[in-house]
Design a protein around this ligand. Structure first.
Ligand code: URA
Length: 269
């Protein structure tokens, strides 16, 4: 039986050697992500910046420092959260990710989510938000949790945005304070609270495994999925249906759920 650690190590190795898009030519280091493989909370940013590219670790610059402060508002230490990005390599000049780059990296993120299986996913910025809420705008739904495929997805502004627009700082602080209550509810298996939208499935369509191309793919049309990762990092057997109640009773704190501070939104599409 392959352990989670072995699967993660293999996945990180594949990511570090990835040449599925042109970012492989300009990166210093790929940045797979980091954190405990049994983390309850996963944060997903956009793409590595300059510092991350140099160090091979996510969120190590000013945006990362702010993220650490925000996590504290939610009652979390950085080292108990799994942190990664939509893109694993830095776009030159920190430009926005291109559709082909997002597609090339998508399967890596799928595998990370599958591996860690967090109770709560926090998306940071519009590119990670778009994976679950493609038609939404961040200004409308930030901080509002939604149950998707049996876990909470909480879209947040990107921490870097607050470094440029001071007004967003307090918005992020408030949203992360409310995250505390979302986590408490998830620990108690409460996914259908009063006012909650019914769980929806926003999972991407299953993708065919394609033979990995040996070369670098140019940007433009979305790159095919990285079957390399799927093949080299064995997936676990499909999960049985989740029983009602706490998903991780072994880790559940006996404390009562915190006051309800969360709100929900309806997805338009
Ligand atoms: N911004 C991101 O989206 N990710 C990082 O890792 C750093 C900054």
């Amino acid at each position: 039986m392959i352990s989670k650690e072995e699967r993660a190590a293999e996945l990180y190795e594949v990511i570090r050697a990835c040449r599925l898009c042109a970012l492989a030519e300009t990166r210093t280091h790929a940045v797979p992500g980091e954190g405990p493989l049994d983390a309850e909370v996963m944060c997903i940013g956009e793409a590595p910046g300059l510092n991350e590219d140099r160090q091979g670790r996510p969120f190590v610059g000013a945006a990362g420092q702010f993220l650490t402060e925000l996590l504290a508002e939610a009652g979390l230490r950085r080292d108990e959260v799994y942190i990664c990005n939509v893109l694993k390599c830095r776009p030159p000049g920190n430009r926005d990710p291109l559709p082909g780059e997002i597609a090339a990296c998508a399967e890596y993120l799928d595998l990370q989510i599958d591996l860690v299986d967090p109770l709560v996913i926090v998306t940071l910025g519009r590119f990670s938000m778009a994976r679950w809420f493609p038609q939404q705008t961040i200004s409308r739904i930030h901080g509002k949790p939604k149950v998707v495929d049996g876990r909470y997805i909480v879209p947040m502004y990107h921490t870097a945005a607050a470094l440029h627009q001071g007004a967003l700082r307090q918005v992020l602080v408030e949203d992360f304070r409310n995250l505390r209550g979302v986590i408490a509810r998830a620990r108690h298996g409460d996914y259908q609270s009063a006012g909650a939208a019914p769980a929806v499935s926003a999972a991407p369509e299953p993708r065919e495994a394609l033979a990995p191309g040996p070369g670098i793919r140019a940007d433009g049309p979305p790159a095919p999925p990285t079957a390399v990762a799927a093949r080299q990092v064995p997936n676990r057997a499909p999960d049985p249906p989740r029983p009602a109640g706490p998903r991780r009773p072994d880790r559940e704190a006996p404390a009562p759920a915190e006051p309800r501070q969360i709100s929900f939104f309806d997805q338009d599409t």
